[in-house]
Design a protein around this ligand. Structure first.
Ligand code: MAN
Ligand code: CA
Length: 256
């Protein structure tokens, strides 16, 4: 029975071979070849494609990184530029401040030097001006001449403060007031007219018709202390060196 069955199977196989012949073999041979190569190719392609994608990703990352770095660089550059510009402005401001401070320092140095000089010469500083009170007596003309030699002039009492200063001296002295040019028209030594005055009671009087053309402080104990006296009297005097007056050795005028 088994033998019969094997024989039948062999026959069927032979029939099949006869029917399909070489083509069947050939077809079967091709299938075998394809099934052996295809998995490698697929892997190769997969690797190649992946590599390509990785390269593209790398390029994209590089570009993105460069763009980001460039943007940061530009921002940093702008900040540096702005800081430099601010720095330039501050430098200019500081240079201007240094110039102003240098001028102020020089001015103060000059004032200090003047202060030293005048203090050593016996001058007194009061409210921006220097004053010299003589120890000796001279005529009004010679008193003024002495002041001019010192780069100053006889005291002009044109403020309440100066009159108070004069009052504090508590001395009879010549002041820079005269009516020698026109009797009764009092003028200060700088040519300015007398406005606010501090004449004592009944002064000026050209006492008993004497020629009293020069001002002094005969009534120095009073707030209103001025008197007119003959210019040839011998009295102490006060010189005033005004602030902003640059000459320390101003020459006297020809006519006094
Ligand atoms: C003296 C002089 C005058 C002054 C009178 C005041 O005679 O000093 O100038 O006016 O005294 O009494
Ligand atoms: Ca008088």
């Amino acid at each position: 029975m088994a033998t019969v069955f094997n024989e039948e199977e062999s026959e069927i196989a032979m029939v099949y071979e006869n029917l399909h012949g070489d083509s069947a073999r050939s077809h079967c041979g091709k299938d075998r070849k394809v099934s052996a190569v295809q998995p490698g190719m697929k892997l190769y392609r997969l690797v190649a494609v992946s590599f390509g994608l990785l390269c593209l990703l790398q390029v994209a990352l590089n570009i993105s990184l460069h763009l980001s770095l460039y943007s940061s660089y530009c921002t940093a550059l702008e900040i540096v530029k702005k800081n430099l510009s601010d720095c330039d402005n501050k430098t200019l401001d500081m240079e201007a401040s240094i110039e102003t401070l240098t001028e102020e320092r020089d001015e103060l140095k000059k004032k200090l030097s003047d202060f030293d000089y005048y203090s050593q010469q016996g001058w007194v500083y009061f409210s921006g001006s220097f004053y010299y009170v003589s120890e000796i007596k001279k005529t009004w003309n010679n008193s003024r001449y002495d002041c001019l030699k010192r780069g100053a002039d006889l005291l002009i009492v044109n403020t309440k403060e100066k009159q108070e200063f004069l009052h504090h001296l508590q001395r009879r002295i010549w002041i820079g007031l005269t009516d020698r040019e026109i009797e009764g028209t009092w003028k200060w030594v700088d040519g300015s007219p007398l406005k606010t005055s501090y004449w004592a009671t009944d002064e000026p009087n050209s006492y008993e018709s004497t020629d009293e053309d020069c001002g002094d402080t005969k009534f120095f104990t009073e707030k209103n202390s001025w008197n007119d006296s003959p210019c040839e009297y011998l009295l102490p005097w006060t010189c005033e060196k005004k602030k902003n007056s640059s000459s320390l050795t101003q020459q006297p005028k020809a006519e006094i």
